[in-house]
Write a new protein. Structure first.
Length: 157
């Protein structure tokens, strides 16, 4: 009986510990992606951006001598609040809180919309970074950047 128990213990041990000694092969697959064929706004002159997108909603400094052009489809959304709506009566900054301004008037709050596109323009006047919202890209209404030859051509003298 003792021998059978010992044999069973050895067998169970081998079944449990042998797979731990086995070598595991790790396969690494490397993919090389072709360069993007999508046209880019990087390197495009600021004049060409404004020509294709129109006047920006905002122009701010980038802190390095350049400019940030921000385009928004709408500048903000107006949210109204009335005392008859549910919500806490004490939080005047919460839309729908029911806060009144002391004269019994309705409070309206402006909520800024996320930008449609943002272009970072260097001090030399060319785009060095940009961002276009996924919603704008999905709409199919985003203008294409000019061809490289058009954008990089020197102005006629």
């Amino acid at each position: 009986m003792k021998t059978e128990s010992l044999s069973a213990l050895v067998l169970v041990s081998m079944v449990l510990f042998l797979p731990a000694c086995a070598r595991r092969a790790t396969m690494v697959t490397t993919y090389t992606l072709p360069p993007s064929t999508a046209p880019s706004w990087v390197g495009v002159r600021v004049e060409d951006v404004v020509k294709r997108w129109g006047s920006p909603s905002e122009r701010t400094a980038d802190g390095e001598g350049g400019t940030i052009l921000t385009y928004r489809t709408k500048s903000s959304v107006r949210v109204s609040s009335d005392a008859g709506e549910w919500g806490g009566m004490n939080d005047k900054n919460e839309p729908g809180s029911g806060y009144r301004d002391g004269l019994g008037r309705r409070i309206e709050t402006e909520i800024p919309r996320a930008p449609t596109a943002v272009f970072y323009v260097s001090a030399q006047g060319s785009v060095y970074r940009y961002s276009i919202s996924a919603a704008a890209l999905a709409s199919g209404k985003v203008p294409d950047p000019p061809a490289a030859a058009d954008s990089l051509a020197l102005p006629a003298e």
